[in-house]
Design a protein around this ligand. Structure first.
Ligand SMILES: [Zn+2]
Length: 278
């Protein structure tokens, strides 16, 4: 299991990389998003960004904007959205990412029928998955909630498109979330990436681990039984110490206190303890 963090696109990307590197994350989940992580910006500043990533030996996983429609009823708009996605695929591939995540549709159900919503999602993903594969990327679809795309609808998608998924534990724990256990039960062979954050059981709060109502220990046990891969902590607290705390918490719950202490001793031999962040 490896632990990553996602850049906040409203913050300077290089500063985010330094922060995650100092916190000993294993990889950066690069969300290729407006305003500070648009494809044009990333490409223009490629050297500086890559230098920062390499200075901490961070791996890279990519993420696409969550607010672009996956099943838009207007063909020309769908085409434009695909162009934007493919431009982000190019950046992900340029930076050596192997996995890239996309959210299910978020458009209001009053705009189109459920059937065309599901059909459009399947159609879009079929085309995008093929494009991604041609660029050496494993495109993964992320759960949001049943209003966006239900477990039953995921079943239909996977019967038509042979792709993997990103399980978002926090999203599965909201009012319409259908529960992370159900995703694990139905799709564990397809789960190739995980997003983890806490909430109060209703909304998508993106809280630090332990700050919400989730039984974090139980989640880790359930995950460990079926999964051993990348886990990105999507903690959106403005004070980033909570992200660092969540990293430590997950590390200890997954690997045990003994292993955590050994790693800390290796990283910071006596007399070289890290300086406390302000
Ligand atoms: Zn997520």
């Amino acid at each position: 299991m490896i632990i990553g963090a996602m850049n906040n696109p409203h913050k300077k990307l290089v500063e985010e990389i330094h922060l995650f590197g100092e916190m000993n994350f294993d990889y950066l989940e690069l969300t290729i998003e407006h305003p500070h992580a648009r494809p044009e910006f990333i490409e223009k500043n490629k050297k500086e960004i890559l230098d920062a990533i390499q200075s901490y030996n961070l791996g890279i996983i990519a993420h696409l904007p969550w607010y672009f429609s996956l099943a838009h009823p207007y063909e020309r708009i769908e085409k434009a959205i695909h162009t934007e996605f493919i431009s982000a695929f190019r950046i992900a591939s340029l930076f050596g990412a192997k996995k890239i995540t996309l959210h299910t549709e978020t458009m209001s159900p009053s705009i189109q029928s459920r059937e065309s919503h599901v059909e459009g999602t399947v159609r879009s993903l079929k085309a995008l998955h093929k494009e991604a594969m041609n660029m050496g990327l494993d495109l993964l679809i992320e759960n949001l909630d049943a209003k966006s795309f239900s477990i039953k609808e995921f079943g239909r998608l996977f019967s038509e498109v042979d792709m993997g998924m990103t399980l978002d534990i926090g999203h599965a724990n909201t009012t319409r979330g259908e529960g992370y256990e159900n995703y694990l039960k139905n799709f564990s062979p397809r789960i190739r990436h995980v997003h983890f954050h806490d909430n109060l059981g209703q909304n998508d709060d993106h809280l630090p681990l332990g700050a919400g109502k989730m039984d974090v220990k139980k989640v880790v046990e359930a995950l460990k039984a079926k999964y051993d891969g990348s886990i990105t902590l999507e903690v959106h607290s403005e004070d980033r110490h909570y992200l660092e705390y969540s990293r430590q918490r997950l590390d200890i719950l997954w690997n045990g206190k003994k292993k955590y202490r050994e790693d800390q001793n290796y990283l910071y031999p006596p007399g070289q303890e890290p300086i406390a962040r302000e």
